[in-house]
Design a protein around this ligand. Structure first.
Ligand code: TYD
Ligand code: MG
Length: 458
């Protein structure tokens, strides 16, 4: 006899299961986040299959496992291949998260249009009508638009119907846009709820593994900044990519936060144009504004995104603020770090900015999350305060400690090589990052304390 359906309580934040309701999730500590969900009773067709990948369980010795190089299919977009660790792996499931309007649908449509001649692709849309997808296809460059006629689309949101439609003519790659619109009738919860997301993703993963199909899933990010039903999906899929950047900005960054087939934290850079997203293979060149003559408050630094060094420009504006309540504002940098740097500048550099408004910005809508931006930010503020520009051809990076010491940062040699490659002739860097042998065309000034750095730009 089929078992009666049971209920479980699932945390909306972390997806943990609890047998009983509680006010607080014992896993992640979130309050009032448990929602009741009905578990499908009896044997559903999907559950008759024993393993996660749909194969019968078998115990194997590690030595018997055949190891071959993972075959990869290029996505046709160099920057996307880069974040994926070299291309798409057959049978893998990739989750692409990001704010609404950032370009997830555009990117995946471009990918499938480019792949058309090599792999059979299917684009499942639950969010937009077939017409909207077709219209977007036409907008994307002439070479891709020409091929848009061959792409197969499916407008459906019931997961079982989608998989049934695919099983008849198996595609090599399937895009699901978006996971939040999918549902299974086995659960009573609304589409987009944690239980529905989890079930739909589990079914897609099983399908991908069983039929060796590449599945690309679009997931929207909620206001809190996490993927709706956050970590629930991340652990189920092979690769998690996040689209970052301001929907209004021209450049977007895709970051791999998890990758079973490559390095995590790798980034790919794209520019949004009238004809879709264009990969930017040399980001250093675009994030620099290259002023004709030096301007006060502008400093070029070398940041590192994944394994890639990138030149970006940090700008500071320090302006008189008569009376109390001066403002401190950062864009693309950590606000708390600014407060700390101002304190260090006061104490160890004898420059007080308490009666000044201070604004810090990273040009091009880039976010720099690493401490290597400290020294560049500090020197940019000083340059703006003194209204004295820094010489052209100078790059600065390094972490600033509370005692005014300049601490080394990871990847020193790559950063310096990148600066030299783009024609920079002088670099102020932490002493710990001084290269063992000189770099052609680059004079390296190694500093251990803030005094020395200030002196070097005097
Ligand atoms: P979209 O890919 O639909 O974003 P998402 O699926 O992440 O919600 O749309 C991205 C935005 O990009 C949208 O506001 C329109 C714009 N866009 C362009 O600027 N150029 C283009 O060629 C296309 C297709 C979209
Ligand atoms: Mg979309």
């Amino acid at each position: 006899m089929a078992k009666k359906s049971q209920t479980a309580f699932v945390c909306r934040e972390c997806g943990a299961d609890h047998p009983k309701w509680a006010g607080r999730c014992s896993e992640c500590g979130a309050w009032n986040s448990l929602a009741e969900m009905r578990l499908p009773g009896g044997k559903s067709p999907a559950r008759e299959v024993a393993g996660y990948a749909g194969e019968a369980p078998r115990i194997t010795a590690i030595g018997e496992v055949e190891v071959s190089d993972t075959p990869r299919e290029s996505s046709g977009l160099g920057e996307l291949d880069r974040v994926l660790g070299g291309g798409l792996v057959p049978g893998s499931v990739v989750l692409l998260g990001g704010d609404p309007g950032i370009g997830k649908s555009t990117l995946l449509l471009q990918t499938v249009l480019g792949l058309q001649d090599r792999i059979e692709c299917l684009y499942v849309t639950g969010e937009e009508s077939l017409q909207q997808v077709a219209l977007r296809g036409r907008r994307l460059g002439t070479d891709l638009a020409g091929r848009a006629g061959e792409l197969t689309l499916l407008s459906e949101t019931r997961i079982e119907s989608i998989l049934a439609a695919c099983s008849k003519s198996l595609p090599g790659l399937m895009v699901v846009d978006s996971i939040q619109t999918l549902y299974t009738e086995e659960l009573s919860a609304a589409p987009g709820s944690v239980s529905q997301l989890r079930e739909a993703t589990a079914q897609l993963v099983r399908f991908a593994k069983r039929h060796d199909v590449i599945v690309l899933i679009v997931g929207h990010v909620t206001k809190e900044g996490a993927l709706a039903g956050p970590r629930v999906l991340e652990h189920m899929v092979d690769t998690v990519l996040y689209f970052e950047g301001d929907p209004g900005a021209r450049f977007r960054v895709i970051r791999a936060v998890k990758n079973r087939f490559g390095a995590a934290n790798e980034v790919g850079v794209f520019g949004m144009t009238d004809h879709g997203l264009k990969p930017v293979s040399n980001p250093s060149a675009i994030f620099l504004s290259r002023h004709e003559k030096p301007v006060p408050g502008s400093v070029v630094m070398v940041t590192r995104e994944g394994t890639r060094p990138m030149l970006v420009e940090v700008q500071a504006l320090v302006a008189d603020h008569p009376g109390g309540g001066s403002r401190r504002l950062t864009v693309g940098l950590d606000q708390n770090r600014l407060a700390m740097l101002l304190a260090v500048l006061h104490r160890h550099g004898q420059v007080a900015l308490f009666d000044q408004d201070v604004f810090l910005n990273v040009v091009g809508g880039v976010r720099v999350n690493e401490t290597a931006a400290d020294l560049a930010s500090l020197i940019a503020m000083l340059s703006s305060f003194r209204d004295r520009p820094l010489p052209q051809g100078l790059v600065i990076f390094g972490e600033v400690g509370l005692a005014g010491e300049i601490r080394p940062v990871p990847g020193g040699p790559e950063r310096l090589t990148e600066a030299a490659k783009h024609g920079f002739t002088r670099a102020i860097v932490p002493r710990g990052n001084k290269p063992p042998k000189p770099i052609d065309g680059l004079e390296v000034i190694a500093v251990a304390h803030l005094d020395e750095a200030i002196e070097a730009v005097d």
